[in-house]
Design a protein around this ligand. Sequence first.
Ligand SMILES: *Cc1c(COP(=O)(O)O)cnc(C)c1O
Length: 221
Amino acid sequence: MILNASAERLAAVHAGIATAARNARRDPASVELIAVSKTWDADAIRPLIAAGQRSFGENRVAEAQGKWPALIAATPDIRLHLIGQLQSNKAAEAVAMFDVIHSVDRPSLVSALGKAMASAGRHPDCYIQVNIGAEPQKGGCAIADIGPLLASARAAGLPIIGLMAVPPADIEAAPFFALLAQLARAHGLPGLSMGMSGDYETAVMLGATMVRVGSALFGAR
Ligand SMILES: *Cc1c(COP(=O)(O)O)cnc(C)c1O
């Protein structure tokens, strides 16, 4: 069988996930691959859908609203993940559009999402984003704030599944992945959204349940 470039890249990433999972004595099926399609248009996305990919990640609500409704109309079992910072005034639009929200990181957003979910009657799975490297320019709550934010998110009716983080660039990610895994365990959370194109295999070995892979599937942005 001749595979197109998208299908080949998808197969390569699945193989990388499977090898990393087996090395860590994990079931490869316990890791969900999110194809990060930010900046790519429908023509770039369709071949991946045709190759069987169903979970996609976007970092901007408006961009997702522009390109996904038509793609989802054609393939209704697509699951959309919001992986970028979310402004509170976009909470209702995010709740309407996304199946999973990875970037819950502050009390004002928790209350906006709680209200939006209650009025929409729709409750996307949520992850608390942690600023795991304590970088001032990055989103995510401080490690010390995970407990209080988790409590207020639960009180507001958000289904919190796990923790998400983007480790600092250009240094070894493994210690940050290990720390995020330890924090999730400490808070009794099963989900771990961590790992991108450059480090998803490491993330899987350290317990990632979702990896967010863009350029390894679509090419350089
Ligand atoms: C863009 C992005 C990714 C994907 O990055 P790649 O290096 O292209 O795989 C993953 N997570 C987040 C939060 C992103 O913004």
